[in-house]
Design a protein around this ligand. Structure first.
Ligand code: TRP
Length: 339
C-alpha cells in the first residue's frame, strides 16, 4: 500500500525495571551490537516510561536506566554510530503516544496477551498505562519512522499492533506517512529462559534471584546459580531432538550455544551423554569468562554516573533532531494548529 521509500532504521528498547540479565545480553544486546555493522541507522532506548507502567522505586529506576546505558556501552554499542538515550528525555514519545491512543481501538488493546499476562486476574487494578503500553511502544518506533525492530517473540504482537496503528493512521488521514514496521524476531537459541522454570522467560523482575543471571553477578554467584538450575535427571542426549520436552535442559544447552556463537547441535555433539555434573560447571566457567569483560567495564562506567548521564543526553539530542520534525508533521496532518 505504501510507495514511499523509508530509509532502513532500526529501533529497539529495553525496560529499566531491575538490572540487566543474561537474557537481555544474549537475546538483544549482542544482536544490537552486530546490527551496527549493517547498513542501517540504529536507535536504542532505555524505555523508562514503559517501566513505570508498574510500580518502580525512583532510585532503583535511575540506577536501572544507568545500568542499561552502561551495559550497552560495555557490550559495544558505539554512541558515535548508534543513538543511545532514555525515552523520557525525548518528550515527543508521550505526545505521539497520545495521538496513537486516539487511533488505536480499545478492542485491539484488550487482545494484547502481554497485558493479560501482566495484569493477571486483577486487571481492574492494573494501571491505565499498562493497558496503553502498546500504543506508547508504537510511538517509540514510529516517531523515528523505524522500519526494523529487533525483539523477542513475546513482543511480536506489539510490533503487529504498531503496523495496525500506522496503517489506520495513514488510511484515516489519507497519507503515506508512517512505515509498516517489520519485526526482526530473534532465533530460538537467543531466547533465554528462567533457570528455575524453563517455560518462563528469564526476567529481571521475577521473584527469585536464583532464576536469572544478572550481568553484574560475580563469578561465585554465577557458578552457584547454574549449579542450582533446575534440570531433569537424564544426561545430555545424543541429538538435539532428545531435548524435546526437556525445557530446562534445552535452555542450558541454548545458553551455552549463545555464549559460544554455536548451534545447539554443535554443543550436543561435544557433550552427548555428559551428566549435569560435567556440563553445569563447564557452562558456569564459560559464562564467567564471557561476561566478565562486559561486567567489569559496566562497573567502571557505573562509577561515573554523571558521564553516563551526559552520554544519554547527547543521544537524546540526536533523537530529538529526528523526532521533532516527524511529530510536527503528525500534528499538522491531524489538524493541530501551530504557531
Ligand atoms: N515492550 C518491550 C519489552 O518489553 C520494550 C519496548 C518498548 C520496545 N518500546 C519498544 C521494544 C520499541 C522495541 C521497540 O521488551
Amino acid at each position: 500500500m505504501t510507495d514511499v521509500q523509508f530509509t532502513p532504521r532500526v529501533f529497539s528498547g529495553i525496560k529499566p525495571s531491575g538490572g540487566l540479565t543474561l537474557g537481555n545480553y544474549l537475546g538483544a544486546i549482542k544482536r544490537w551490537v552486530a546490527m551496527q555493522d549493517e547498513a542501517t541507522e540504529n536507535i536504542y532506548c532505555a524505555v523508562d516510561m514503559h517501566a513505570v507502567t508498574v510500580w518502580q522505586d525512583p532510585a532503583a529506576l535511575r540506577q536501572g536506566t544507568r545500568e542499561i546505558a552502561a551495559g550497552l556501552l560495555a557490550a559495544g554499542i558505539d554512541p558515535g554510530r548508534s543513538i543511545l538515550f532514555n525515552q523520557s528525555r525525548v518528550h515527543q514519545h508521550a505526545e505521539l503516544a497520545w495521538v496513537f491512543n486516539c487511533v488505536a481501538r480499545v478492542g485491539w488493546m484488550t487482545r494484547m496477551t502481554q497485558f493479560k499476562d501482566k495484569a493477571g486476574a486483577n486487571s481492574e487494578k492494573a494501571s491505565l498505562g499498562l493497558y496503553a503500553y502498546p500504543s506508547l511502544m508504537a510511538a517509540d518506533i514510529l516517531l523515528y519512522h523505524g522500519t526494523h525492530v529487533p525483539v523477542g517473540e513475546d513482543q511480536k504482537q506489539h510490533v503487529e499492533l504498531t503496523r495496525d496503528i500506522a496503517a489506520k493512521f495513514n488510511h484515516d488521514y489519507g497519507v503515506d506517512f508512517f512505515p509498516l514496521t517489520q519485526p526482526v524476531i530473534e532465533g530460538p537459541g537467543t531466547r533465554v529462559m528462567n533457570l528455575r522454570d524453563g517455560s518462563k522467560k528469564m526476567s529481571k523482575s521475577g521473584d527469585s534471584d536464583m532464576e536469572r543471571i544478572n550481568m553484574l553477578d560475580d563469578a561465585d554467584t554465577i557458578a552457584k546459580k547454574f549449579k542450582k538450575a533446575k534440570t531433569d535427571p537424564a544426561p545430555l542426549p545424543e541429538t538435539v531432538d532428545g531435548l524435546t520436552d526437556r525445557a530446562e535442559a534445552k535452555n542450558l544447552v541454548d545458553i551455552y550455544a549463545g555464549l559460544t556463537d554455536q548451534t545447539a547441535e554443535a554443543v550436543i555433539a561435544d557433550y552427548a551423554g555428559a551428566g549435569w555434573g560435567t556440563f553445569k560447571p563447564a557452562l558456569a566457567d564459560l559464562a564467567v569468562s564471557k561476561l566478565a569483560p562486559v561486567s567489569d567495564e559496566m562497573k567502571r562506567l557505573l562509577n561515573d554516573p554523571a558521564e553516563i548521564d551526559r552520554t544519554l543526553e547527547q543521544g537524546a539530542d540526536k533523537a530529538r533532531d529526528i523526532a521533532a520534525p516527524i511529530l510536527d508533521r503528525t500534528y499538522e496532518i491531524v489538524g493541530f494548529l501551530s504557531s
